[in-house]
Design a protein around this ligand. Structure first.
Ligand code: ZN
Length: 388
């Protein structure tokens, strides 16, 4: 069997786990191959050719995974067509993101089912959408955030089944409020289907949250937002921060969490269990102004995205910008923070070959300069974005 190898030259590595030789790509995966001149020695018998990409001393790091994004540039997973969504996906790779969970917010159940079906049909047609994150409809009315109260639902396994079937099994994460009746039962049921149950939009007690954790819940949806913000011992926030079994999403757009608070959280919460998300809505990547999300009017300004009632409604950020802000506000090196937007979400969701520059992993990586500008994005070994 003949094989072609692409070998990266003249670069620095950020976030590598075990690159021993040089960074090379065979097909859509990284392969570690000792290279002597242009002769490549590896397990396969024959190599037809070796292509070289000179990265001019720039830095390579794994491409990002955003597990909580509702859309961008005018497109919304909760309302838009499959065609509109596919046209929008290059927005992510232009920001260094090669994997996302299309996040559907709480809406009329028929609309949710229609959009779950729409997103399910995208699977396999593109390499960016890895699955679906369902944010609701089993959430607390008190902490509903931007969700419309009329669409919140009591927990019902039958309703969950209807939603899961509409997604053709592509729901990979669901956000539920643990204080709702039957939350532990739904947690066990969804966990057994391989879904990551994430606790959020909640006014639960620690005991109620613990019951769901006991049944398999392993994440907290945008921790600190849409929940009680008290750090006292025995409170939910303190429990989440100190539970090293629980992953926690953080929206690091400089607005959802005040920077001093973010700094406090970052230095308390285990970094291997921290997941940076954008919670971006369709107003991400568009000029400031007034827009509509799932029938609700929102205003986008330098302060973020707000509903007419003054409530914050997701963000207009992207996860690459958020990663850099996390580093800035928490005084963390990029090489340490990078895992929070790459391998941590991949491992939580069970994508074992995503999020690292190691051998056998998908060749999803980005190239940045020493000012942290994104120069190029590679997905499955193919350049899908170049800044110039
Ligand atoms: Zn959200």
């Amino acid at each position: 069997m003949k094989n072609a190898i692409t070998k990266l030259d003249n670069y620095h590595i950020l976030g590598a786990r075990s690159v021993k030789h040089s960074l090379s790509i065979m097909g859509d995966r990284f392969c570690n191959t000792p290279v002597v001149d242009s002769n490549v020695m590896c397990a396969v018998d024959e190599i037809t050719n070796v292509q070289r990409i000179d990265l001019h001393g720039c830095t390579v790091m794994p491409a990002l995974f955003d597990t909580h994004t509702h859309g961008a540039v005018g497109v919304d997973y909760t309302t838009s067509s499959g065609e509109q969504i596919e046209d929008m996906l290059p927005y992510y790779t232009a920001h260094g993101i090669t994997s996302i969970l299309a996040t559907i917010m709480t809406q009329d159940v028929d609309i949710m089912c229609r959009q779950l079906d729409t997103c399910a049909q995208l699977m396999g047609n593109n390499r960016t959408v890895k699955g679906i994150h369902l944010e609701g409809p089993f959430l607390s009315a008190q902490y509903k955030g931007a969700m419309e109260e009329q669409y919140l639902q009591p927990i019902s396994i039958n309703l969950f089944d209807r939603l899961f079937n509409a997604s053709k099994g592509y729901i990979k994460q669901i956000t539920i409020a643990p204080e709702l009746v039957n939350a532990p039962q739904l947690t066990r049921y969804a966990t057994d289907l391989g879904i990551t149950v994430s606790l959020g939009h909640t006014g639960a007690t620690v005991e109620q949250a613990q019951l769901c954790v006991d049944e398999g819940a392993k994440c907290v949806t945008h921790m600190y937002n849409a929940m009680d913000k008290c750090f006292d011992k025995g409170k939910l926030l303190d429990y989440y921060i100190n539970n090293d079994e629980l992953y926690c999403e953080l929206i690091c757009d400089g607005q959802h969490i005040p920077p001093p608070t973010l700094n406090r959280i970052a230095h308390s919460k285990c970094q291997f269990k921290t997941i940076l998300v954008s919670d971006s809505i369709m107003a991400s990547g568009v000029p400031y102004g007034t827009y509509s999300i799932a029938g609700q009017t929102v205003t986008v300004s330098e302060k973020g995205v707000f509903l007419a009632n003054g409530k914050r409604a997701g963000s207009n950020s992207n996860n690459f910008a958020n990663l850099l802000m996390y580093c800035q506000y928490t005084d963390t090196l990029l090489q340490d923070a990078i895992k929070c937007a790459t391998i941590n979400p991949a491992q939580m969701l069970g994508y074992e070959q995503l999020g690292s520059l190691s051998e056998g992993y998908y060749a999803d990586f980005i190239v940045i300069d020493n000012q942290y500008n994104l120069l190029a994005t590679y997905q499955n070994g193919v350049c899908v974005y170049k800044s110039i």
